[in-house]
Ligand binder design. Structure first.
Ligand code: SF4
Length: 355
């Protein structure tokens, strides 16, 4: 059982982050924010996949003017991602952003941060202090020589002190690096001293082939240590894939449930059906299901019946045939070519959706 570290709770639009709120899943749009239609379309699709908050890049004034229209068209909270120009933050707040993310490394003079805080106070919205190893303040790079967990921590702490001067505590913090061990130590250091809610993730984790592994290891370890209130998986891939992976991480640690969990064996010399093809088809057929069901797809009688019995639904392969299980009982014996159809029929009956 994972014991989550106690953090303060903040409200971001219609969700809570931190405290006893569920660990939420978020991502970032990858459309040009100036293209309102494409951005709204992407967010609506992400909402349907379980995205619970969306960050949007605000690179210029043309982009920021669209935030209000985007916000009105979607349900999930909008987080405006601001770099370099503090005036974009003020306009994003006016447009109705539910949270502002600023990067301490590039927002500039203290008075600019004060301006952003004053506006966030007026509109009663939280700010994320989003520290990134790739854009640390020059002084910290000089002091430490290169990004380190201590430098990430110090960057966040420096901004927390500025926020405290204005008695502003409606804060969330992230301390990301593309290096997993650096990220882990930075979050550990931070959470040993502060109880602000934490947005966690591995920055610039890479393409799916390696990025999913880095993210799963990094985010998984932090969550296991009880650290993290909202997660973002950063992949060079469509944002829907980031959401899928984020839920898989949460599911694998028993933190959240969403959609099917497929248990399938690696196959071996005992397998007498084309299990790899079958699993691919099962996964594809079930990808739109939101209900948390477990489906075991197993190659033979060694572990097959055991796993299939424990799952909500399952099949155990035999010699060119399969046994179909539902809630622990064998309900059918079918030919290999009918396994997929029969399994989907049984799941359909249960879920009420046509597969
Ligand atoms: Fe091999 Fe059967 Fe185990 Fe699959 S369930 S790996 S086919 S022994």
């Amino acid at each position: 059982m994972i014991k989550r570290r106690v953090t303060k709770r903040i409200k971001v639009g219609n969700i809570y982050i931190g405290g006893d709120a569920p660990i939420t899943v978020q991502t970032m749009t990858k459309t040009d924010t100036r293209d309102v239609f494409a951005t709204i379309k992407q967010i609506l699709n992400l909402e349907s996949k379980g995205c619970e908050a969306i960050r949007i890049a605000v690179p210029d004034f043309e982009a920021v003017k669209n935030l209000g229209t985007i916000k009105r068209a979607v349900k999930i909270p909008i987080i405006a991602d601001i770099h370099f120009n503090w005036k974009l933050a003020l306009e994003a707040i006016k447009q109705g952003a539910d949270q502002i993310r600023i990067n301490p490394g590039n927002i500039g003079a203290k008075w600019k941060v004060y301006e952003i805080i004053a506006s966030a106070k007026d509109y009663n919205i939280p700010i994320r202090i989003g520290v990134n190893a790739g854009s640390l303040e020059k002084e910290l790079l000089l002091k430490y020589g290169h990004p380190t967990p201590e430098a990430l921590f110090e960057s966040a702490e420096g901004h927390i002190k500025i926020f405290a001067e204005m008695d502003f505590h409606n804060i969330e913090v992230s301390l990301k690096a593309s290096d997993v061990l650096m990220t882990l130590d930075a979050y550990r250091l931070f959470s040993s001293k502060y109880d602000y809610p934490l947005h966690i993730g591995i920055s610039e984790a890479g393409p799916p082939s390696t990025g999913i592994i880095k993210s799963s290891v990094g985010i998984g370890i932090l969550l296991f240590e009880g650290i993290g209130d909202t997660i973002r998986v950063s992949l060079t891939a469509p944002p829907e894939e980031e959401i899928r992976v984020a839920y898989e991480i949460l599911k694998s640690l028993g933190i959240r449930k969403r959609g099917p969990e497929i248990i399938s064996c690696p196959t071996c010399g005992r397998c007498k059906i084309d299990l790899q093809a079958l699993v691919t088809k099962v996964e594809e057929s079930l990808k739109e299901i939101d209900e948390p069901i477990t489906v075991a797809v197993m190659g033979c009688v060694v572990n097959g019946p055991g796993e299939a019995r424990e799952a909500d639904f399952g099949i155990a392969g035999g010699k060119k045939m399969g046994l179909i299980f539902r809630k622990g009982s064998v309900i059918k014996k079918v030919k290999e070519e009918d396994i997929l159809k029969s399994l989907l029929e049984v799941i359909s009956e249960y879920s009420g959706s046509s597969l």
